[in-house]
Ligand binder design. Structure first.
Ligand SMILES: Nc1ncnc2c1ncn2[C@@H]1O[C@H](COP(=O)(O)OP(=O)(O)OP(=O)(O)O)[C@@H](O)[C@H]1O
Ligand SMILES: Nc1ccn([C@@H]2O[C@H](COP(=O)(O)O)[C@@H](O)[C@H]2O)c(=O)n1
Length: 230
C-alpha cells in the first residue's frame, strides 16, 4: 500500500510585485497543496478599519481594533477567498485606499500578533501541505518551513508588471507606480516588528528576466527536490 507524502510547508516572501501571489497559487495548484495569501489578510483588516472609522494613522486606535473583525481565508489555490466579519473583501482590498494604508496597519505589533496566530493555525491544519506567501513567512510565521523562497525583481520590472494590471492614465504612469511600490517596500522593510527580510536559509530567485512560467517551474522543482530528500 502506498503512503501519502508528508505535508510540505512552503514559505514564499519578497517585495511587492515580484510575483509571489501568481507563483504561489500556481505552485500550490500543480502540487495539490493549499494556498494562503497573507497580504490579503492584512488588507482585509485594513479595509475593515477604514470602513469602521478607525484612524489608521493612529497606532493605538489600530491596536485597539486589531482583534475586532473575524478574518477568514479560503485556501483553495483555484479560488482563494477572504472575508471580514462575513463580508466578501476580495474586491475592496485591492483599492488604492487600502493599498496606501496597509503598511501602516501591518506595522502595529497587535495586528501582527493576531494575524500571525491565524496564519500558523491555517498552515498547521492544511491537509497535505500549503504554500504561504507574504513578507515575514520564512523569518517569523513559519521559521521551520520545509522550503523558503525569496523572490526579487528590479523596480523597473515590477513597475511594468503592476502597470499591466492598471487601467487608463495610471497604466502609463510607470514612474508613479515604481515610486509607490518602493515606498511600500521601504515601510515594510523598516518596521520594527517582523520586517520584510530574506530568511538566512531562503533560496533567492531573481525573477527580473524570467517569465512567470519559468519562475513557477523553478519553485516546483525546488519543492519536489525537498520532498524527495525527506
Ligand atoms: N516573472 C514574471 N514575468 C512577468 N510578469 C509577472 C511575473 N511574475 C508575476 N508577473 C505579473 O506581475 C504582476 C504582479 O504579480 P503578483 O501579484 O503575483 O506579485 P506579488 O509579489 O504577489 O505582489 P504584491 O506583494 O504587491 O501582492 C501580476 O500581474 C503578474 O501576472
Ligand atoms: N506577511 C505579510 C504580508 C503582507 N504584509 C503587509 O500587507 C501589505 C499587502 O501585501 P500584498 O502582498 O497584498 O501586497 C504589505 O505591503 C505589507 O504591509 C505584511 O506585513 N506581512
Amino acid at each position: 500500500m502506498q503512503t501519502a507524502p508528508a505535508p510540505v510547508i512552503v514559505a514564499i516572501d519578497g517585495p511587492s510585485g515580484t510575483g509571489k501571489s501568481s507563483t504561489s497559487k500556481a505552485v500550490a495548484a500543480k502540487l495539490g497543496l493549499r494556498y494562503l495569501d497573507t497580504g490579503a489578510q492584512y488588507r482585509a483588516l485594513t479595509w475593515w478599519m477604514l470602513s469602521h472609522g478607525t484612524d489608521v494613522d493612529d497606532p493605538a486606535a489600530v491596536a485597539a481594533a486589531a482583534g475586532r473583525p473575524d478574518i477568514v481565508s479560503g485556501t483553495d489555490p483555484a479560488a482563494p477567498t477572504i472575508t471580514a466579519d462575513g463580508a466578501d473583501a476580495s474586491g475592496p482590498i485591492r483599492t488604492k485606499e487600502v493599498t496606501a494604508a496597509v503598511s501602516a496597519v501591518s506595522a502595529v505589533p497587535e495586528v501582527r500578533e493576531r494575524i500571525t496566530a491565524l496564519q500558523r493555525a491555517i498552515a498547521t491544519e492544511a491537509p497535505g501541505g500549503i504554500v504561504v506567501e507574504g513578507r515575514d513567512i520564512g523569518t517569523t510565521v513559519l521559521p521551520d518551513a520545509d522550503l523558503k523562497v525569496f523572490l526579487t525583481a528590479s523596480p523597473e520590472a515590477r513597475a511594468a508588471r503592476r502597470s499591466g494590471e492598471l487601467k487608463g492614465a495610471e497604466a502609463t504612469d510607470l514612474a508613479a507606480t515604481r515610486a509607490a511600490l518602493l515606498q511600500r517596500d521601504t515601510a515594510d522593510s523598516s518596521r520594527k516588528t517582523s520586517p520584510l527580510k530574506k530568511a538566512d536559509d531562503a533560496v533567492e530567485v531573481d525573477t527580473t528576466d524570467l517569465t512567470l512560467e519559468q519562475v513557477i517551474e523553478c519553485v516546483v522543482t525546488l519543492v519536489e527536490d525537498k520532498q524527495q530528500a525527506r
